[in-house]
Design a protein around this ligand. Structure first.
Ligand code: NAP
Ligand code: 8YV
Length: 329
């Protein structure tokens, strides 16, 4: 690597994938602090840090105006993850700071996880395995047949983007009809578009959320949407926990207003509300959508490749839309 990059200081606040940390250390001057917190920014960091690599989705921390103001020389924030709701990208874009994320390299993995979560939720794989491991198969006989089936279901996708489309293609191959809701219809897809989320929920019995988090989708899946989904309804959320009103969801499950839910993401990770832990007919996963060695390494590489491209070629490989206009200094 060139001597130039060695003199560029990159801050890693909090935990980051070890391959990303190792590549940053081999390529740049790496500094770290315990968490994303402006109070931890020293005068030395203030004067020297030109880039940040972070995974703000973990632990609910946020790269916001306070943190960016504390680091006035920062030119780029490289997010480890495609969802960048942990960064104030609008503020960054307005202040000449590039934000990058890690799209595409995780799309197929997350789509695979979504389909696995959907089937496990409906066919109760977790409960059935627990039955076997507890010795109930030999002692009591067969695990009860599942109340629910994927057969005959109609799928609604909230967020037909890169991952949503990969999920749709998989489920199309399962012989299931697909509809979706985005702010805008997607051209050249054969799926039915619904201009409102409630309209989509009312038209299907299986709602899969793979929309981004943030203010625009905050608690979008609320009591009304769940009621529209109906008593045979299944919700799968692999997008962001903030998109679901978790109290309303727990109540809907407890009261039988919907039939089941499969959740990979939660509003306040890693804390899962007791009401959801207690709710019947749920499959709960600890945010593992992209979590294979293969895919996490590809995400780490793309996160660091963005920093390398920025500081050696004055361009970002995968800028987020809010900062596409930002030019290197
Ligand atoms: P993407 O290609 O940008 O797709 C996002 C889709 O959501 C777009 O179709 C967009 O369409 C729609 N959308 C955005 N805001 C909306 C709103 N306010 N109302 C309705 N629709 C909206 O992103 P992606 O790569 O598929 O990733 C999607 C999300 O998945 C990420 O942001 C992240 O939160 C989540 N994710 C989770 C995991 C996990 O491990 N569980 C892993 C990866 C990603 P319009 O712009 O037309 O509205
Ligand atoms: C990551 C994700 O695990 O890419 C995303 O948006 O939610 C996951 O792939 C997460 O961002 C890593 O912190």
């Amino acid at each position: 690597m060139t001597a130039d990059l060695r003199s560029v200081t990159i801050l890693v606040p909090g935990k980051l994938h070890e391959h990303a940390v190792s590549r940053i250390g081999d390529t740049f001057r790496l500094v770290s602090i315990e968490r994303i917190d402006p109070a931890l920014v020293t005068a030395e960091l203030r004067d020297t840090v030109h880039g940040i690599a972070a995974s703000p989705a973990i632990g609910g921390s946020f790269v916001g105006p306070d943190f960016l103001r504390a680091l006035p020389k920062v030119e780029i924030v490289a997010n480890y993850g495609v969802g960048y709701d942990g960064i104030d990208a609008v503020y960054a874009g307005a202040h000449g700071i590039m934000v990058t994320n890690t799209p595409d390299v995780l799309t197929e993995e997350v789509a695979d996880t979504t389909v696995g979560l959907l089937i496990s939720t409906i066919r109760e794989f977790s409960g059935a395995e627990g039955w076997l491991r507890a010795g109930n198969w030999a002692r009591k006989g067969n695990y009860p047949v599942s109340r629910l089936t994927l057969r005959g279901r109609s799928i609604g996708i909230f967020g037909l983007g890169r991952i949503g489309l990969a999920v749709a293609r998989r489920l199309e191959a399962f012989g299931l009809p697909i509809a979706y809701h985005n702010r805008r219809p997607v051209e050249s897809v054969p799926y039915a578009y619904h201009p409102t989320l409630k309209g989509l929920a009312g038209a299907v019995d299986t709602l899969i959320c793979i929309a981004p988090g943030g203010a625009a989708t905050e608690k979008a899946i609320d009591a009304e949407v769940l009621s529209a989904l109906g008593a045979n309804g299944v919700l799968v959320n692999i997008g962001r926990g903030s998109t679901v009103d978790e109290a309303a969801l727990a109540a809907a499950l407890a009261n039988g207003e919907i039939a089941a839910a499969g959740l990979d993401v939660f509003a306040n990770e890693p804390n899962v509300p007791q009401a959801l832990l207690d709710a019947p007919n749920t499959m709960l996963l600890p945010h593992i959508g992209s979590a294979s060695v293969h895919t996490r390494r590809a995400m780490a590489d793309l996160c660091v490749d963005n920093l390398v491209a920025w500081f050696s070629e004055a361009r970002a490989l995968t800028p987020v839309p809010e900062t596409k206009h930002v030019k290197a200094k």
